[in-house]
Design a protein. Structure first.
Length: 565
């Protein structure tokens, strides 16, 4: 349930000014000093201005009727003049209905004298709302209808809030709900939909979409969080948006971009997603071209996503093999010091129970990691020769956190493509036409495609047995992906390499500074430095390695998986 002012109950809510407005106080002071009149029950009628619209409990009404029959009407009703010499009941509806019940049962005459105080129509609505809000909690549907009636009198949200002691924000939210699809408001009246569910559906002003999402939701999908996700699935949220983090909201708005603010969650949504993407790409392009100029690459390329170097990216970009990076002597000691400090800080963060201290330690660990990455990044860049940079470029892209990342040694195939002769063009054109004709001859069933794919995989397995060097390269690449990357990444072989250090160090925390752990950390850094940019994309870079190096790297990765079992 959202933490909003939903049920009007002054004992529970915090009023905007801590009390009713001066106008309400003045009305009640006048009402207190007003002399009560007596009108026959027959000239009284229910009023549309009475904010309580829902049916009254019949048992409670019968008990009230019995009380009135026994002791009479102890408190006057508040009424206002209507057409045809009748009076509408603004306050005291339950007493009025109890009196009518007594008349229906023959216990009272329709001319029964009822004590009343007569007020103007404008005051009647305010009195009805404040009276009901000060007694039993008013149903949300009644509250919405009341705010609508006050709005019809010309009052805005701020004035309604001042009048009744609610925040302007709360009144705006109620009026926003009052503009929901009529079908959903009808569901609220009969308790078929809860207020927090209605608030979730208000994530879109489209009535058709509100109703469609509600009607299609079943079971747990009717929970507010899932309803909100359903109505907002076509929106671009500001929160945790990597493009917003990179571009900045100020830059987006200065470029003409606008935001939509959800009154119920106070979350913001980007209304012009293409503009945000353009701003991000423009900024990345500046970064890429600037980096290429500083590091003397031929060109800089910007991408919103990390290039995959296969599929569509393979048609435009190619990744060349990076030269082996060797850590300069002046950085060796610094790298070892940073690694030791990182290990020490990480150990402290595990041991402390203070959340603030743990947050500071985690930030310090992140700072160490960044310095280590900066050294490795600088070393990898220095490994490239001037000739190598002269024909290649860099790609700058955004990671999932909105941070710019760099891949060096990228070849832009569009700039590298040689000019072909007319004869070659004709041959290529004929080949493409032939291929297109073959591809469009027929479509295959899913079962046949699966069968063909399985046959192809078996053929690759058979071929791999004849090329042990390629099999070794693929195995080493799979091991690297899981040891230096993510243990959950997809791999070619159904073989898992899971690092066991975390479990072992949890069992033996003092081993963190042992000679064995220091050696493993040093080797991890050494091998990491030899991995080229975007090394996870494919294993082609390993084909140039000597077999002894491949075996050594495989041995290191295998050693990481050794357990105490």
């Amino acid at each position: 349930m959202s933490t909003v002012e939903t049920i009007i109950n002054p004992k529970q809510r915090k009023a905007k000014k801590g009390t009713k407005s001066a106008q309400v106080d003045a009305i009640y002071q006048a009402l207190d000093s007003m002399e009560a009149h007596v009108l026959p029950l027959s000239v009284l009628m229910q009023s549309e201005l009475n904010v309580r619209k829902r049916p009254i409990d019949e048992k409670a009404l019968s008990e009230l009727a019995d009380s009135i029959q026994a002791v009479g009407v102890l408190q006057n009703l508040v009424v206002y003049p209507m057409d045809n010499d009748v009076y509408g009941v603004a306050a005291g509806q339950r007493r009025f209905l109890a009196l009518q019940q007594l008349v229906t049962k023959g216990h009272l005459a329709s001319s029964f004298p009822v004590p009343v105080k007569v007020v103007s129509e404008s005051d009647a609505l305010i009195i009805s709302l404040t009276e009901n809000s000060q007694r039993e909690a008013m149903h949300p549907a009644d509250q919405l209808h009341a705010f609508i009636e006050l709005q019809k009198t010309g009052k805005n949200a701020s004035e309604i809030g001042d009048l009744l002691g609610f925040s302007t924000h709360h009144v705006k939210k109620c009026l926003r709900l009052a503009n929901m699809a009529p079908e959903l408001l009808a569901e609220l009246d009969v308790d078929n939909i809860a207020l927090d569910q209605l608030q979730a559906l208000a994530g879109t002003p489209d009535h058709d979409r509100q109703v469609m999402v509600w009607n299609n939701a079943t079971g747990w999908k009717k929970e507010p969080r899932y309803l909100r996700e359903a109505v907002e699935e076509t929106k671009t949220p500001v929160e945790n948006n990597r493009l917003v983090k990179f571009v900045g909201l100020d830059a987006y708005e200065q470029a003409g971009g606008t935001l939509e603010i959800d009154l119920f969650t106070e979350a913001g949504f980007i209304e012009n997603a293409p503009l945000l993407e353009k701003l991000a790409l423009d900024k990345l392009t500046v970064c890429a071209e600037l980096l290429a100029d500083i590091e003397n690459w031929q060109y800089g390329i910007a991408r919103l996503e990390r290039p995959s170097f296969y599929g569509n990216d393979a048609e435009t970009l190619s990744l060349s093999h990076a030269p082996e990076a060797v850590i300069p002597p002046e950085f060796t000691d610094l790298l070892a010091e940073l690694r030791a400090r990182e290990t020490d800080l990480r150990q402290q963060s595990w041991e402390t129970d203070d959340e603030n201290e743990q947050a500071d330690l985690c930030q310090a660990v992140a700072d160490c990691e960044k310095q280590i990455e900066d050294i490795k990044d600088r070393t990898k860049n220095q490994a490239w020769s001037a000739d190598g940079k002269a024909t290649k470029g860099v790609v700058v892209f955004l990671d999932r956190d909105g941070e710019p990342c760099v891949i060096r040694g990228v070849i832009d195939l569009a700039q590298q493509a040689p000019q072909c002769s007319e004869a070659e063009s004709e041959i290529e054109s004929e080949s493409e036409q032939s291929t297109t004709q073959v591809e469009t001859v027929s479509t295959y069933s899913a079962a046949l495609c699966k069968s063909l794919s399985s046959e192809r995989t078996l053929a690759v397995q058979a071929a791999l047995t004849q090329h042990p060097n390629v099999a070794l390269v693929m195995l080493v690449h799979d091991a690297c992906i899981q040891v230096f990357g993510s243990p959950y990444a997809k791999t070619a072989f159904n073989i898992k390499f899971s690092r066991a250090q975390d479990e072992l160090l949890n069992n033996a925390p003092t081993a963190q500074d042992s000679e064995a752990m220091q050696l493993l950390n040093t080797q991890f850094e050494s091998w990491s430095m030899r991995l080229p940019d975007a090394w996870q994309a494919d294993f082609s870079w390993l084909l140039t390695w000597e077999q002894a190096d491949l075996v050594a790297l495989l041995a290191f990765c295998s050693a990481q998986t050794l357990t105490a079992r």
